[in-house]
Design a protein around this ligand. Structure first.
Ligand code: NAP
Ligand code: MG
Length: 492
C-alpha cells in the first residue's frame, strides 16, 4: 500500500498556514512501507521566534487572557465537537504517519476530544481566594495565565500527548507554541487549523515543526517563553530542564519508564495475562508507561508466561490502515533496529526469547515490523531489564517473596507506572503504597483518563498532567494585600 497524503502542510503561525523561512521541506515516510507519505516544512530558529512573537502579541492584545473563561470554554467546546466530526480523517493521518493501527488512532483522537472537553469545563473555574489577615486589611489572590507557554511533544502518541498539555494551557488563557516531533507533525498542524476555525484567536495556538536541537532549543531559551511542557526521553528532558532553569522558567517533564507488573500467586491469571499483554503490546510497545518488566511469583510463572506468549504469538501484524491489523510497525527503521538490538543482545547472553524477530514476509518486509517478544532468563543487570526498550518486548523476572517483588519493582531509576495483580485486598493496598511510581494500577492494565493525574516519580519526570490541577498548573498566583484604613476593625 503506497499511500500518500494529498494535503499540503505548512507551519501554523498567527492564525494562518505559514511556509518555513528557509523554505526547506522534509519527506515523511510511511512506517508500514518506508515509502514517501508527504512533505512538511522544516522550521528553523527564526520560525520559532516568529511564532513566539505572534503568541506574545496575541496574549497581550486578543483578550483571550483576560476573559472570564467562558469565551475560552466555548471555543474549546466547539473545537472538541469539530475534532469529533473529523475523527476518522485525523485517525487515518495519525496511522499513516506514525504506524499505529486505525483502532488505536481512533482511540487516541477520541481521547483528545475528551481532553479538550475536560479543559473547556475547567476554563471558567480558575479563581483565587480571599485570605483572612490581621488588622484592617483585605487580602486576596489572583490566578493569572503564565503568558507564552511552550510545548514539546514526542512521536508515540503525536496529537494526544501534545494536546494533553496544550488544552489546559489554552483553558487557563495562555498563548501556546507547540513543537511536535519531527517524525510526526501532521495531526498537530491539522489541529491548529481546526482550533482557529473554532474561534481560538490568531496567535493563541501556533505550531512550528523542525528539529528539537534547533526549534526546540530556540523556543526554550527565548525570553518570551514562560513555561515548558515536555514529553519525551530522559536525556532530552534533562537538557530542557537545564536550559529552563537558567531562565527560572517552570518545567513539566513527562519522561520514560521501565514499569513493573507484579503478579502474586493468588491473582486471576487469565485476566492478568490479558492485562499484561495490554500493558506492553499496544502501539507496538511504544508507550512511556509500558509494563515492560513482569515480576511473577515463581509458583505461577510457567502458567502465566505461557498465556502471555500465546497472546503475543496471536497478534496479527500489518499496516495500521488495514482494518484487520492488530499491531502496526514501529515508527521508523532506526526504532525497529534499536528494539531488535535489545532482543538480540539478550538472546546472545543466553536469555530465552519467544518472538522478537523482524517480520520478513513479502507484505511486511519493507516496513518496520517487529514481532512481540517475551524474554525469560535475562539477568536483573542486563540492558533489556534495565533500559527503556520502547518496543513490544516484555522481560520476565520470577520472585519468591513479596518483599523481593517490591525490591525488584523499585530497582529502577524510573517510576512512571506500576501494576499489581492479586485478589487480596490487604496486599493490594499495602503494596500500592510501597511501589515508587506516580501511577499504580491494581488488577487493571495501564489506564488513564483526562480527570486522573498522569506523572512520574524519580527519573520519570517532574510535575503531573491531567486532573483538576492541570489547568491551575498553567497559571501563577498573585497575592494582593489592601490596607483598608480606619484603625482597628470592628464588627458590623
Ligand atoms: P525525544 O527524543 O526526547 O523527543 C521528544 C521531543 O523533544 C521531540 O519533539 C524532539 O524533537 C524534541 N527535542 C529533541 N532534542 C531537543 C532539544 N535539545 N531541545 C528541545 N527539544 C528537543 O523523545 P521521543 O524519541 O520522541 O519519544 C520517546 C520518549 O518519550 C521515550 O523515552 C518515552 O518514554 C517518552 N515518553 C514519555 C511520556 C510520558 O507521558 N511520561 C509519554 C510518551 C513518551 P525531534 O523530534 O526533532 O527530535
Ligand atoms: Mg528521539
Amino acid at each position: 500500500m503506497a499511500a500518500r497524503i494529498e494535503e499540503t502542510f505548512e507551519l501554523f503561525i498567527d492564525g494562518r498556514p505559514t511556509p518555513a523561512t528557509r523554505g526547506e521541506r522534509r519527506t515523511l515516510l510511511n512506517p508500514a512501507t518506508n515509502t514517501p507519505l508527504t512533505e512538511v516544512p522544516a522550521g528553523s530558529a527564526d520560525d520559532a521566534r516568529h511564532a513566539l512573537e505572534a503568541a506574545e502579541k496575541a496574549f497581550r492584545d486578543s483578550g483571550w487572557a483576560i476573559d472570564d473563561g467562558s469565551r475560552r470554554a466555548k471555543a474549546l467546546y466547539r473545537l472538541a465537537r469539530a475534532l469529533e466530526e473529523q475523527l476518522e480523517a485525523f485517525a487515518l493521518v495519525e496511522t499513516l504517519n506514525m504506524g499505529k493501527t486505525l483502532k488505536e488512532s481512533r482511540g487516541d483522537i477520541g481521547y483528545v476530544v475528551r481532553t479538550v472537553e475536560y479543559a473547556a469545563g475547567l476554563a471558567d473555574k480558575v479563581q483565587g481566594e480571599t485570605i483572612p489577615v490581621p488588622g484592617s486589611r483585605f487580602d486576596y489572590t489572583l490566578r493569572e495565565p503564565l503568558g507564552v507557554t511552550v510545548h514539546i511533544a514526542p512521536w508515540n502518541y503525536p496529537l494526544l500527548l501534545a494536546i494533553r498539555s496544550v488544552a489546559p494551557a489554552l483553558a487557563a488563557g495562555n498563548a501556546v507554541v507547540l513543537k511536535p516531533a519531527t517524525l510526526t507533525p501532521l495531526t498537530a498542524l491539522k489541529f491548529a487549523k481546526l482550533a482557529h476555525d473554532a474561534g481560538v484567536p490568531p496567535g493563541i495556538l501556533n505550531v512550528v515543526t523542525g528539529s528539537g536541537g534547533e526549534v526546540g532549543e530556540a523556543l526554550v531559551t527565548d525570553p518570551r517563553c514562560r513555561s515548558v511542557a515536555f514529553t519525551g526521553s530522559l536525556e532530552v528532558g534533562r537538557r530542557i530542564a537545564e536550559l529552563a532553569a537558567r531562565r527560572v522558567v517552570p518545567t513539566t517533564l513527562e519522561l520514560g519508564g521501565k514499569s513493573p507488573v507484579v503478579v502474586l500467586p493468588d491473582a486471576d491469571l487469565e485476566r492478568a495475562a490479558r492485562g499484561i499483554a495490554f500493558g506492553i503490546f499496544p502501539n507496538a510497545g511504544q508507550m512511556c508507561w509500558a509494563g515492560s518488566r513482569l515480576l511473577v511469583h515463581a509458583s505461577v510463572a510457567k502458567e502465566l508466561v505461557e498465556k502471555v506468549v500465546a497472546i503475543a504469538k496471536a497478534y496479527r501484524l500489518g499496516p495500521g490502515a488495514d482494518p484487520s491489523s492488530e499491531m502496526g510497525p514501529l515508527v521508523s527503521r532506526e526504532q525497529a533496529d534499536r528494539v531488535l538490538g535489545f532482543v538480540d543482545e539478550a538472546r546472545s547472553a543466553g536469555a530465552r526469547v519467544a518472538g522478537g524477530t523482524k517480520a520478513a514476509e513479502e507484505a511486511l518486509g519493507h516496513g518496520n515490523f517487529v514481532r512481540p517478544a517475551v524474554v525469560e532468563g535475562a539477568t536483573p543487570a542486563s540492558r533489556v531489564v534495565r533500559e527503556e526498550v520502547f518496543g513490544p518486548v516484555l522481560s520476565v523476572l520470577p520472585f519468591e517473596t513479596v518483599d523481593e517483588a517490591v525490591r525488584l519493582a523499585n530497582d529502577t531509576d524510573y517510576g512512571l507506572f506500576a501494576a499489581l495483580w492479586t485478589r487480596d485486598l490487604g496486599s493490594a493496598h499495602t503494596i500500592a503504597r510501597q511501589l515508587e511510581a506516580g501511577m499504580v494500577a491494581v488488577n487493571e492494565a495501564p489506564n488513564t483518563f483526562p480527570q486522573t493525574p498522569f506523572g512520574g516519580y524519580k527519573a520519570s519526570g517532574l510535575g503531573f498532567e491531567q486532573g483538576l490541577d492541570a489547568v491551575k498548573a498553567y497559571t501563577r498566583r498573585k497575592n494582593v494585600m489592601v490596607q483598608l484604613g480606619g484603625g482597628k476593625p470592628k464588627r458590623a
